[in-house]
Design a protein around this ligand. Sequence first.
Ligand SMILES: [Mn+2]
Length: 265
Amino acid sequence: MDWRFLVRRTNFVWENEYELDEAEVALLGVPFDSTTTGLPGTRLGPDRVREEFRNWASTYDPELGTLDDVKLVDVGNIDVVYGDPRATLDRIYEVVKGILEENPKLKLITLGGEHSITFPVVRAMLDSGRKFNYLCFDAHWDLLDSYLGLKESHASVNRRISEILGLDRMEIQGPRTGEKEEWDLAKKLGKAKNPVYLSVDLDVLDNIPVGTPVPGGWDFNKLWDEIKNRDIISADIVEYDPMVGTSPVPSELLRRLILKISLHL
Ligand SMILES: [Mn+2]
């Protein structure tokens, strides 16, 4: 099936929209939150942040320049299968694989949704021949073999990635909770050498609405300090949950992070 049948292209963020085959950076929304263990609502994340881009016109960053100089495309949202993580993850894989077949050099910013969506993105990137190590910022290790019997759980996403990439090519920064099994496994993690695929689980931060918050997190400046010197081939930003709080502050934080990553890629 053509991957385009699995995407709803109804929302556009960028004014300078390019065709997929000529774009440098693409945004892809995955509004999926069916394995969420805390509060649901991350399915609303991609469209909430698009709204934020519309509300705040400035796309200039004093350190990095203007988004007008980046060839952007908003691919839209994947048509997920609520309640069926396996079918959803298969769709994510098909879409990312299809996008990269059409534009092998494209850098993708995938917007969650919950963290489980990262695994099929990473798998599609590997199968498309991209060479990278994996860098993740998260309050949790997400290294459980399964959670509530579910291998596709957001609490198992880094374990699944370790099975196709190897723990030594993975770096996870920020965890401050978890099971003993995970802390033991985490001792085998390495430092991700450049280039890296970046996965940002926003619960690594404090004071941002997420389904599974953990106290003692980073602030935005610390997060950006950790990102800015890395060579990033593509990224995802997951677990932002607009249902937990409707303040414009976190969605603006997220918009700013997407802006900075788009300019940095
Ligand atoms: Mn996570």
